[in-house]
Write a protein that binds this ligand. Sequence first.
Ligand code: ADP
Ligand code: MG
Length: 414
Amino acid sequence: PILDLPAARNALRATFGFDDFRGRQAEVVERTLAGQSSLAVMPTGAGKSLTYQLPAVMLEGTCVVISPLIALMHDQLRSARANGIRAATLTSADADWRETQDAFRAGELDLLYVAPERASQPAFRDFLSSARLALFAIDEAHCVSEWGHDFRPDYRMLRPLMDAFPEVPRLALTATADRQTRPDMLNQLGIPEDGLVLAGFDRPNIRYTIRHRDNPVRQLTTLMAERPGPGIVYAQTRRKVEDLADKLAAATGRQVLPYHAGLDPQTRAANQAAFVASEDMVIVATVAFGMGIDKPDVRFVAHVGVPKSIEAYYQETGRAGRDGDPSAATMFWGAGDFATARMRLAEVDEERRNAERARLDALAALVETPECRRAVLLRHFGEDPPQTCGNCDNCLDAPDVTDATELARKLLSA
Ligand code: ADP
Ligand code: MG
């Protein structure tokens, strides 16, 4: 019985202040507490962090968390510490290495965040042997697979490292549900097939809309008026980001800030912090923005141009409405967008190009479909959704079926 876990529920309330587990969190926590390894595939915003943080608090020993980006780790560190969890990072950006190592050896850490490149260092294996380990948590686990959309070779060194600690359970986490990628992740990380926990991908509070782009500033101004809260606008290039941010600020009188890799680090950090704190700000950004940002009240995500794949579309739009309130995912696309995206694929190495092209083609199919957007999207992730959702442009704008039947009857009886 999944919820027969009084100790876990108490810890959930005491540490995180939540009354209930969400989705399949309880199942993952239960498996982990029982020492079983799992691959949890859950959508962005589902609450994957809690599935390793809670066992980390409950189990004796330290949970070693592998995470691909330093910025992501520091976000996690901050929120873990805010909940009173004893956490630390070991990265090139940290000055307190010695303190962290001492705390680990003394068994005083619940969570230790490390970058995957650590895994390949023999000294790190010795270091891990110097204290008790509770769990290996591998965040963004799709990075281990060449089939995934963000392959990182260092993730391949995790398996030999974890194999050196065979009694320590593994919990891999990802939002990538791709049928091809799943078995590869299990295999590369040494997790048994029956450890797969696949949660639903539907985000019913998100309204999907895909439209032709005619005048993006006017179209975005309308969207901002319809969805007055915080929003993210994704644009393709730095120049377009700057240009759109200026024009939207002028057109709406609202605070609209840019975010891209070409800004100096202080400005970037300041704009991101302003957005996270704000209740009505819009950020115009390249895809460099968003990974690991936990802002529950984003009311819309807009794309000006097309993302690089259907996975990227799902992840980026998934940043809207994590609090469950009504939100919009609106794409404004143009005729040349897919040609440009295909050209960019030429830079991808040959081995991965076919998989990437298939994901781009799946996005093109989503853009062109007259059917329910949600149904097409969820089918791509291996689900079997209803034919219509009532909360996407195609369902809402579809000619009213009853009217059509009525009309046909009148024509026939005339
Ligand atoms: P993911 O990594 O799956 O994208 P996160 O771990 O960042 O998601 O969690 C997303 C948000 O959901 C966070 O604000 C987190 O506090 C919240 N959350 C997680 N579990 C629960 C729960 N059981 N009840 C309520 N909120 C939760
Ligand atoms: Mg996460």
